[in-house]
Design a protein around this ligand. Structure first.
Ligand code: HEC
Length: 605
């Protein structure tokens, strides 16, 4: 009995002392000791820089400093030699030790082996870690010990160094426990991530650029793990995600498809392209295109609209499944955030995400249309950050009209660069191999001040549909000018204070009427000079349609009290639309006229 209690007490103290996450305190100084991954981590876009930004944002009052101490090629013995100078001299309160890749890799790395050098033996690795941790704890600082990440990203244990990496990671786990250090199991975190996000078992390109060093997503993932270990909220920084890959997710997608076809299709259409409710597969998202935003609408609904919250209707697993299903149907850019940066920092420098990371932006705007646009009279450089949803693995044409200076980065790798020196008439078109799933896409762009075109680019599956990567927004202060033709044109547009299925109908006399497509009820009318200035949203159905005067007349006449009418004729006269019809046997003119700012008048003459 006694013995059991003692055991429990020991286990508890190991939990609280060794494994708990302490929260950050004022004036903490956190040193990151490591190799080239950590050296890069301290550069713009690196994991330390990202984590530091987040700490500063969430806990500005604490004055926490994050200090990089990584050197390329270093192993445990190298770190031991420079511990005093690079770590202890900084008077740290907390030290991350993220080491082990070179200790393992140098046993097999051809260049290292050719020079007659070796990795670190397991004994030296373990003793070195214990030695450093004792010295760090000796000055009163905490240690967070990280397991080494990956040498090769294959998720089935078939990378050549996997067995040895697992052995060394095991040593780090044991040392962390024995020394009451907090463990940050990056290797486990990476393998778990890769199991879900590397369906084709690539050896690089998911989290690393070369099987070892982090790409943008790798840096983001480590930053999130680091912030988690520090108990710092990661906020709404989009987690690197790729919803399509895992078996678990595909099950969820199928479940979502089944739930969708029981109910949601009634309003959003069997193909999700819209009906009474908006399309869920076009670029435009009124309430946000991120996984969280979509789930929020499913859970809570949109108050005052036919979209009710389904929180009380479906169990959570069904609602998550609906979200997964909707996400799996997406293609093209989503979750677009456009930032504008001051020009002066970017002269004669190659545009890279890291360079933008090192400068404060002037503005940041999430774009619900998921289309980039750049206002001509804004001085500055544009950075568009987004997720690229790809439904099918395959070859994609990537086309861009060369204007100004443009770099495009996909998953942290530059896939396009052009500047003023490139022939302006040239269209750059290359083919990219893209795997199904979600990719990080960044478009970095400087518009020449004198230019009248907008930046323009697209992505097209070979033999498939073209997805615009850029385009002009219809929202905000860019009015869409609608011209009246001989046939009245119906422009379905989404006006903020109208229900989503309101049809915008332009009469040849320039009067525009918004009516409810289901009931025919007229909701609002404007003169087109005015509508052209009305901030409006693009057609969600992607199917602008035309209807003729007869249909308009029927809809307008449904508001006129009559037993019976028969359409005869439709014409315009100055600012008015005149519908001639037989109303209860008499030939009459129904005149629609704009009146005042936002109303119209229907008179029967
Ligand atoms: C009775 C009709 C109706 C049904 C049924 C319905 N919706 Fe909706 N839904 C709407 C309408 C209308 C909107 C637009 C609300 C608004 O923005 O005013 C909407 C909006 C949405 C949005 C947000 C779209 C955006 O642009 O941000 C999502 C996501 C959505 N619905 C998902 C679902 C799912 C999933 C189901 C099934 C559980 C469902 N809806 C069932 C009518 C419906």
């Amino acid at each position: 009995m006694n013995c059991l209690i003692r055991l429990l007490a020991v286990a508890l103290s190991a939990l609280t002392l060794g494994w708990s996450q302490e929260s950050l305190k004022e004036n903490e100084r956190i040193v990151f000791l490591g190799d080239s991954i950590t050296a890069a981590g301290a550069r713009p876009g690196g994991y330390i820089t990202l984590a530091a930004k987040q700490v500063e944002e969430v806990l500005p009052e604490l004055n926490v400093k994050l200090i990089g101490a990584g050197i390329g090629g270093h192993k445990v013995p190298d770190c031991q030699r420079r511990l005093q100078k690079d770590v202890l001299d900084h008077k740290p309160t907390l030290v991350f030790i993220y080491i082990g890749i070179n200790d393992v890799w140098h046993w097999t790395h051809p260049k290292v082996v050719a020079r007659g050098k070796k990795g670190t033996t397991p004994e030296d690795f373990e003793n070195g870690l214990r030695d450093m941790i004792a010295k760090i704890q000796g000055v009163g600082a905490r240690v967070i010990l990280c397991t080494p990440t990956v040498i090769g990203e294959k998720s089935d244990g078939s990378n050549p160094d996997d067995a040895r990496l697992d052995e060394y990671a095991g040593i780090s786990r044991r040392v962390a426990k024995d020394t009451n250090s907090q463990l940050l199991d990056l290797r486990k975190g990476f393998i778990d991530y890769l199991k879900n996000h590397n369906p084709t078992n690539l050896s690089e390109g998911i989290l690393t650029s070369d099987s070892v060093h982090m790409n943008e997503r790798g840096n983001q993932l480590i930053a999130e793990f680091v912030l988690g270990a520090l108990n710092v909220a990661t906020g709404n920084r989009p987690a690197p995600s790729n919803h399509i890959a895992s078996a678990e997710t595909s099950e969820s997608i199928e479940r979502g498809r089944a739930v969708y076809s029981q109910l949601c299709f009634n309003c959003h259409g069997p193909k999700l392209d819209g009906g009474q409710g908006p399309s869920l597969v076009d670029e435009y998202w009124q309430h946000g295109s991120s996984p969280d935003a979509i789930l929020r609408v499913i859970d809570k609904g949109v108050p005052g609209s036919p979209m009710i919250g389904y929180e009380a209707v479906f169990p959570e697993a069904d609602r998550l499944a609906l979200r997964d299903f909707i996400l799996s149907e997406q293609t093209g850019m989503r979750e677009v955030v456009r930032s504008v940066y001051p020009e002066e920092y970017f002269k004669d420098k190659r545009l890279t995400p890291a360079l933008f990371d090192s400068v404060e932006s002037l503005s940041q705007t999430p774009l619900p249309e998921n289309l980039y646009h750049f206002e001509r009279n804004t001085r500055g450089l544009m950075r568009g950050q987004s997720k690229l949803y790809i439904k099918e693995t395959g070859k994609y044409h990537f086309g861009i009209r060369v204007i100004g200076r443009t770099s495009i980065f996909l998953n942290g790798e530059e896939v396009h660069y052009s500047d003023q020196k490139v022939d302006k008439k040239q269209h750059i078109n290359k083919t990219l191999e893209l795997s199904a799933g979600v990719h990080d896409l960044e478009i970095l762009h400087e518009e020449p001040p004198t230019h009248s075109y907008k930046f323009h680019g697209y992505l097209q599956k070979v033999g498939g549909e073209r997805m615009m990567l850029t385009g002009r927004s219809l929202q905000g202060n860019i009015p869409k000018v609608i011209k009246a033709g001989p046939t009245a044109m119906v422009v379905r547009k989404w006006i903020a204070d109208l229900p989503p299925r309101a049809l915008m109908c332009l009469l040849p006399n320039q009067v525009i009427v918004a009516f409810d497509a289901d009931s025919g009820e007229i909701l609002k009318a404007w003169h087109s000079a005015e509508i052209n200035q009305t901030p409006s949203l693009p057609d969600r159905s992607q199917k602008p349609s035309e209807i003729n005067g007869e249909v308009i007349a029927e809809l307008v006449l449904s508001g006129v009290e009559a037993e019976h009418f028969q359409f005869r004729h439709y014409q315009t006269d100055g600012g008015k639309a005149i519908i001639t019809a037989l109303i209860d046997g008499d030939l009459k003119n129904v005149v629609i006229e704009p009146e005042g700012d936002q109303s119209y008048q229907v008179t029967v003459q």
